[in-house]
Design a protein around this ligand. Sequence first.
Ligand code: ASP
Length: 342
Amino acid sequence: MKNIILVVSAFLLVFTLSISGQTPEKPHVVILTTGGTIASRSDAPSLEGNALVQAVPQILDYASVRVEEIARTGSSRITPKIWLRLGKRINEIFSQDSTVSGVVVTHGTDTMEETAYYLNLVVKDDRPVVMVGSMRSANVISADGPSNLLQGVRVATKTHSKNRGVMIVMNDEINSARDAWKTDNQRVQTFRSTDHGVLGYADPDTVIFYRNPSHLHTINSVFQLDEVEILPEVPIVIDYAGFDGSTIIHWKDRNPAGIIVQTFAGGRMSSGALDGIRRATADGIPVVIASRVPGGRIPGSPPIAGTILARDLPAHKARVLLMVALADHSHKETLTSIFNQY
Ligand code: ASP
C-alpha cells in the first residue's frame, strides 16, 4: 500500500510539473575547463569552456551545468600552480554551494594522472570530482570528447558516485585517480588501472560501481593545502643501466624539498643511483624510491636507511604525494606511513 502511494505521488509530481511547463529540477554540476585535446580542433583555435559544453547539448538531459574556465592549455603546460588553483576552487565551490552534486574537470590526458591524484589528496568533500579528456580532437571523425564529457557529467550527478575519490572517466570506464595510468599514446582506451581494475562503468542505462578505492582520499585525507601558495620543489631522477648518479648529486646540491628516484623493478638500482641517494639522504633530503615497472609494488623495506618506498605508485604520482606531504611541514617525519596509506 505504502509503495502504491509513493508511485502515485511521484506520478502526480511529474504530471503537475509537465502540465505547468516545468520539468523536475536536474542535479547541478560545475564544469571546470583547463584545455587539452578535448577542447582542441586541429584546424582552429581551441574551444573556450562554454563552447565546449554547448557542443554536447545532451548534457542538459541529465544536469544543469555552470562552466568556469580555469586555464586553456595543453596538459604538458599544466603546472603545480594550476593544481593549487583548481584544488582551492573545487573546495570553495563545495563549501559555498550545497546544491552542487559534483564537479567535472576537463583536462588534457598527458598529465591528467598528476592533476587527478593531486585533487584526490586535497579536495575536502565526498561529492564526486570527475576528470575527463579525449584522445581525438573535436573536429575529427569519432571524436571521443563529447561522449567522455557526457559520461563524466552523468557520473558527477549520481549520489552513489560519492566518496569514491577523484575519478577519471573516459571511454565509458571509471578509474580511480590514484590507480589509473595513461597506457597508450594514441588509442581512446588509454587509461587503465593495471593491477587494481576499474571502479565501474558509465553505461547507457546506468552508472555502475564494482569497487571503492583502496587508499585514503579526499575527505579522509589529512592534507590541507587551501592556505598554501606554492608547492615545494621535488624533481624526478631516472636510473638506467650504467648511471653514474650525477643527476642525483646535481639535484642534491640545489637542496630541493625532496627527490624521487625512478629505479628498476622491485626498487633495485645501479651503483651510481645507490651512491647518489646515500649522499642526498646524508644531507637530510627525503628520497622516495619508485619502480619503472607498472605491475606489482616494491616490497619489503627500503634498500637504504632513511629512504621511502613508493610501493605501487609510479614516479610522477610519488612526486605529487611527496610535494603535498612536504607542503604541510607536519608530515615530514611520517612519510613512510603516508606512502603506505595514500
Ligand atoms: N596534448 C593533449 C594534452 O593536453 C593530449 C590530450 O589531451 O589527449 O594532454
